[in-house]
Ligand binder design. Structure first.
Ligand code: GLN
Length: 541
């Protein structure tokens, strides 16, 4: 008989940026390693319907799912750790919850009632939890991560909803994990437990008694200290688990397993499972920790001060590095600095350059300089989304002699708009959720580098863009040597370009970084790192 779904709720206390997403994903990993089917849900307390219209400085990367949802970057961790594809149902925001409730109210679904946070908003949150658990059949475990920190005004309805949910499904079917901070105060030479005590007190005031505490700390927490925390927080010391800073996020599941977290969770949920199989994960972590080689890759973008904006790219390089037995050292290059770098000093120190996705005009010229340098000197170049668009503009200007070539995103009145709006995108007024989003197929031409790398004719990749290569310029660009090696068969949009006479010059309109996982590193990243290693060797000899 199929067992009932079990629910694990993950909350955070004291401060943000404790790595709650990584902790939640690690819990998922440990349960999956015990043969359970696991899915995840991120609940975000902000009022935006999704993060799609937020600046990367506010929110970091916008993660896009196959079904075209623009979501929180934690969904990327879930996919990478669980080797599973998340969907629209796996992320919900206050904006979405209110949107649904207000729509229902206007339709008259609540006729007669005063619509209120309790029960209407909390009911809607609960129904979204159920939806995530039931999606695609029924999962053994759903892990629900609540964004924000306990004590925030805006997370209250979510906490109330998970309290109610636990009551409905029963204590044996639900579990509350609280991720908290145990800071080390240097002046006193001591770990301090008070912030954790206060955070748990806040939770208990709402009616949630945590079952497990994950204590984020920079050093080892002695048994007496965990006992003390347990005493103040009304729990046994073995449920107070040390979650020490790790060198790599991929070590976190292994560290937590070592402290007995996996066993504790299955026991508390009354599950009988086989011993966990973490062999492949452990091997991967070993390769990340002890690489033979080292290679420097420049990432040139406009948000380089905030690396969360490029989260999935950074992780893709960790996966691809491990596949090449190499550490990929990322060198952050601010696009605006490259505008001034006339002697290309910044470019000379790297073995490959990646230009990631982005929006707007700032830094565009610096990226053009970087691409020109890479194209002319044989430095491996990898362009993603805006990176492809910039490469096409550079080629049109400097190789085809189309002096005023531009992207219509940068100059609306460009004389040669080699990058233009996709059909139907010009003049769109509602900016939220209206780009070309999600998975689309691409046909790869035989004999191309892309075909060699993928080893397949037809691929599917995720997208998030409004602009595209203008097909009217394909002829002149091709005549000068640019190869259009991947096309979307549904609408003839360009998906991949490459330069056959260059050691590695390839750009894609989609976002390959959204599909790279520990279990399946993305082939483009793997091959790009390989080419960068070759470039380094050639440079040195
Ligand atoms: N701004 C460009 C577009 O909308 C590129 C988007 C991206 O890089 N994700 O097409």
């Amino acid at each position: 008989m199929k067992m009932k779904t079990k629910y694990i709720f993950v909350t955070g206390g004291v401060v943000s940026s404790l790595g709650k997403g990584i902790a939640a994903a690690s819990i998922g990993q440990l349960l999956k390693a015990r043969g359970l089917s696991v899915t995840m849900l991120k609940l975000d307390p902000y009022i935006n319907v999704d993060p799609g219209t937020m600046s990367p400085y506010q929110h970091g990367e916008v993660y896009v799912t196959d079904d075209g949802a623009e979501t929180d970057l934690d969904l990327g961790h879930y996919e990478r750790f669980l080797n599973a594809s998340m969907k629209r149902v796996n992320n919900a925001t206050t904006g979405q919850v209110y949107h649904t409730v207000i729509e229902k109210e206007r339709k008259g679904d609540y006729l007669g009632a005063t619509v209120q946070v309790i029960p209407h908003i909390t009911d809607e949150i609960r129904s979204r939890i159920l939806m995530a658990a039931k999606d695609n059949g029924s999962f053994d475990v759903l892990i629900v991560e609540i964004g924000g920190t306990v004590g925030d005004i805006e997370s209250l309805p979510f906490l109330e909803a998970i309290r109610q949910f636990g009551l409905k499904v029963g204590r044996q079917n639900s579990l509350y994990v609280h991720v908290t901070l145990v800071p080390f105060i240097r002046a006193a030479n001591e770990f301090k437990t008070k912030p954790t005590q206060h955070s748990v007190k806040d939770l208990r005031e709402i009616g949630i008694q945590p079952d497990v505490l994950l204590c984020r700390t920079e050093g080892r927490l002695k048994k007496e200290l965990r006992e003390k925390i347990g005493l103040f927080c009304n729990m046994n010391a073995e449920a107070v688990i040390e979650a020490i800073d790790a060198k790599s996020i991929y070590e976190v599941p292994l560290l937590l397993e070592r402290h007995g977290l996996g066993q504790l969770l299955v026991e508390k949920l009354g599950l009988e499972t086989p011993e966990p199989d973490l062999t492949e994960w452990t091997n991967f972590v070993e390769r990340v920790r002890h690489p033979q080689h080292k290679v420097s890759i420049g990432i040139c973008g406009k948000y380089v001060e905030l690396q969360d904006a490029y989260k999935s790219i950074i992780e893709s390089f960790v996966h691809a590095g491990a596949a090449n037995d190499a550490e990929v050292k990322v060198v952050w290059l601010a696009a605006e600095d490259l505008e001034k770098d006339e002697d290309n000093e910044l470019m000379k120190s790297i073995d490959g350059i990646l230009i990631p996705g982005g929006f707007g005009e700032r830094g565009f010229e610096g990226k053009l300089n970087a691409i020109r340098y890479a194209r002319e000197t044989g430095l491996p170049f990898f362009g993603i989304c805006l990176g492809l668009q910039t490469a096409v503009v550079e080629f049109a200007r400097n190789v085809c002699g189309l002096d005023n070539a531009d992207s219509r995103e940068q100059h609306y009145d460009a004389k040669h708009p080699v990058i233009d709006f996709q059909p139907g995108q010009d003049g769109i007024e509602r900016l939220g959720g209206t780009m070309r989003l999600g998975a689309y197929p691409c046909e790869i031409k035989s004999g191309s580098a892309a075909r060699r790398i993928y080893g397949q004719r037809r691929i599917v990749e995720r997208h998030r863009h409004r602009f595209e290569v203008n097909n009217e310029y394909i002829e002149i660009l091709s005549k000068h040597g640019l190869k259009f090696s991947g096309i979307c068969p549904q609408n003839d949009l360009v998906e991949i370009i490459e330069l056959p006479d260059h050691p590695w010059f390839l750009a894609v309109q989609y976002h390959p970084e959204l599909r790279s996982r520990v279990a399946s590193p993305h082939p483009l990243f793997v091959d790009f790192v390989r080419a960068a290693l070759e470039h380094k060797q050639a440079r040195q000899s």
